[in-house]
Design a protein around this ligand. Structure first.
Ligand code: XUL
Ligand code: MN
Length: 346
């Protein structure tokens, strides 16, 4: 059944980025949202993911009525293009109100702002026809541990999640863990943390997760194991495939670019668990290299999907019975070589 599965592919407007990094300005001119949507369509992707302010620019200055109007216009545009809105996500790391964190800020006014903005994002998700709110908890952590009380922070996170669950009976919250960057230490660094905190909320079955390959690697984990773990709970509701070369800044490289074997094992984990059967999308949270020229601006997305599909083929042609023989014989040296030769091909 999983073998017949056709995957649905997705990316966000931020994945057509302009090349700025902390040390230098953009290297490609800004493009409009309409241009990005056109490129997504041209590439044959199925869905787009949205931060709240990707959907409604300058959201903080706008009324609920205005947000509703703009989001409905966007939904019409997506419908006309035949593109699904996969999720909405509150961007809780830009505003002056989230300097010290959002839900775990030490300032109650800032915490209120973060929750209100999250509730607005839930409305946006619903207007866009999605029941998924993605929470990358960017600044929920510390630069120095003495600045916050870790136990209290867990309680504040649960309080915020509970308010979101109470705001909508149908919204599902997908926590996207990341162990560091921008913070030194984040409170929800792994899938285990995300699924554990779900249990403390008023409706654990509506709190799940999103795995990003690079974030798992930054936590020193194998993203394939994170996938298996989340899917054992039936809680992998979205996915940001990309790649990462070791423990350094978040690189968002094309899928498989640094470690093809780690990518292969992620695809195997998705295949064996039937990811996508309930309509989940394969999203690529990849960025063009800063050096990328305008004429090659879409390559990282197209390449990530090409690699993914080749690895689906590799996964479906993996000689499982031969692998089982080697496993029974505890001949892991041969199993290791079998994996390498399978990936290298004839
Ligand atoms: C940050 C990251 C974000 C989220 C969406 O590292 O991955 O793009 O995926 O908010
Ligand atoms: Mn991501």
């Amino acid at each position: 059944m999983a073998k017949q599965l056709q995957y649905k592919f997705c990316f966000g407007p931020w994945n057509l980025s302009e090349g700025q990094d902390p040390y230098g300005p953009t290297t490609r001119p800004a493009q409009s949202f309409d241009w990005k949507l056109e490129q997504l369509k041209k590439l044959g992707f199925d869905a787009m993911m949205f931060h709240d302010d990707d959907a409604v620019p300058d959201i903080d200055g706008k009324s609920d009525a205005q947000i509703r109007k703009e989001t409905k216009e966007l939904k019409r545009k997506l419908d006309d293009a035949g593109i699904i809105a996969e999720m909405a996500a509150p961007r809780l790391w830009f505003s002056p109100m989230t300097i010290d964190g959002a839900y775990t800020s030490n300032d109650p006014k800032c915490r209120r702002y973060a929750i209100e903005r999250s509730l607005r994002s839930i409305d946006i998700a619903h207007y866009l026809g999605s029941d998924l709110l993605v929470l990358w908890l960017a600044r929920e952590g510390t630069y120095l541990r003495e600045s916050k009380n870790g136990r209290r922070s867990v309680e504040l996170l649960v309080e915020a999640l509970d308010k979101m669950l109470a705001h909508s009976k149908t919204i599902r919250l997908a926590i996207e863990p990341k162990p560091n960057e921008p913070m030194d230490q984040a409170y929800i660094p792994t899938i285990g943390h995300a699924l554990a905190i779900a249990q403390l909320t008023r409706d654990p079955k509506r709190v799940g997760c999103l795995i990003e390959s690079a974030h798992a690697i930054l936590a020193g984990l194998d993203p394939a194991d994170e996938i298996d773990f989340a899917m054992a709970f039936g809680k992998l509701w979205s996915l940001h495939l990309n790649d990462q070369n070791g423990l350094k800044f978040d690189q968002d490289k094309p899928f498989g670019s640094s470690n093809l074997r780690v990518a292969f094992n992620q695809v195997r984990a998705l295949e064996r668990n039937g990811y996508g059967r309930k309509g989940e999308c394969v999203c690529f949270d990849v960025h063009p290299f800063r050096t990328t020229k305008v004429e090659h601006w879409l390559a990282h997305l197209d390449n990530s999907r090409r690699t993914f599909l080749r690895l689906v083929e590799k996964s479906r042609t993996w000689n499982e019975s031969r692998a089982q023989e080697l496993i029974v014989d505890r001949n892991y040296a041969a199993l290791d070589q079998m994996a390498l030769e399978h990936l290298m091909g004839k």
